[in-house]
Design a binder for this molecule. Sequence first.
Ligand code: NAD
Length: 432
Amino acid sequence: MQVCVIGCGYVGLTTGAVLADLGHNVSCVDIDRSKISTLRRGDVPIYEPGLSRLIAENTASRRLSFSTEIRESIVGSSIVMIAVGTPPLPQGGVDLSALEAVVEDLGAAIKKPSLIITKSTVPPGTNDWVAESLSQRGLDEDHFDVVSNPEFLREGSALADTMNPDRIVVGARTPSAVEIVRDLYRGIDAPYIVTNLAGAEMIKYAANAFLATKISFINEIAKICDACGVSVEDVASGIGADHRIGPHFLRAGLGYGGSCLPKDIRALTHFAEGHHQEPHLLKAAETVNNLQIDVYLNKLLKEVLKNKGTLEFSNLQITVWGLAFKPLTDDTRSSPALRLVKRLVDTGCQVRTFDPVARATIEGADSCSKQYRSLQGSQALVVATEWNDFVEANWSKVLSKMDGRIVLDTRNCLDPAQVQRAGLEYLAVGRP
Ligand code: NAD
């Protein structure tokens, strides 16, 4: 099939590369000229394991190409996939301006029967609006159909998730549209969940809201465990073994982040309120998440107080390892690690940061390019992202570089015994 993927971000590039690998001719388009130039030079503008290789192989075999000529690519395609960003608005709604621009392009460019597949996460009702807008722009209903096919990939394992998804959700208006989607994904073995447009849109929001709630739930339990000397990991194993609960997303820590969970739970809250429903649970999940930074800062403050006899963070130098919202990605959007660094800076500390891949400029913090050099002169190390480089750190070397001995593990990812054996003081929440 001739496929046009609009939006070359984490979702668009992964989808485009995988579809090309399945044998389709894919044109990935974006308004960002520098992104397209980078891709045309053979570089990949984001960090995603395996993606560079897949893109290189498929561009070499001419099944994958990149362009800024959006309308031209739409004209030549029978499938148009929308993967543009849908960021949050300040009041909690969803900024659909990128999608609106795409609809404008579709209205002007569709000349032959096309299936428009929306992968972007959009509020229920949006794809109905897309179909209506195209009709209003004079497009013959026989010339296009609209499908909602939300994306569930996780950054860091995006390729594997796309090639082996748990399910493929298709919201469609006609059985023939579902058949085209099945043809498109032929070669990917997954159960299909077929519903209408709004049903598919809601599945995506409900899934992310549930995952966010699960994380906030275990973080709440971790605080209680911490107060009474119980291991939250034992509790997570104990409850996760119940198939009704499941073992995933039960890792206590600094809280959820990234470009999806925070924005999607907020968007669903906003959507619910717009429909006069009070989303008590969604709001509670977000409140717990927002407070996680304080939970860890208080832990650190208490320890500093014990060691230095002062309740002040000023005159302290702290190193934070990790900026990405999770390992194996360079994405720092809504990263709890960034929020933590900002809070530390606001409280008056000198902060030094290091991340193996992610780059972020945070006012008041020094970004270091070398992992161990970032520790020079620091009284405490905070591990904020579960990168392997941190999990497998040389703790004797850490001690030799630092001025102090405190290691705060906000991801429960380090081996406390190893850290302590090196002469460091290990701190965590829910790990007695
Ligand atoms: P992204 O910000 O990485 O990429 C979006 C791309 O769209 C950018 O390159 C931008 O330049 C481009 N764009 C914006 N307006 C455009 C236009 N009018 N025409 C062409 N291109 C345009 O976003 P992403 O992380 O890939 O997410 C895309 C969508 O998928 C969002 O709705 C997101 O919620 C959803 N999603 C993301 C993930 C994820 O892990 N990142 C997972 C599932 C779903």
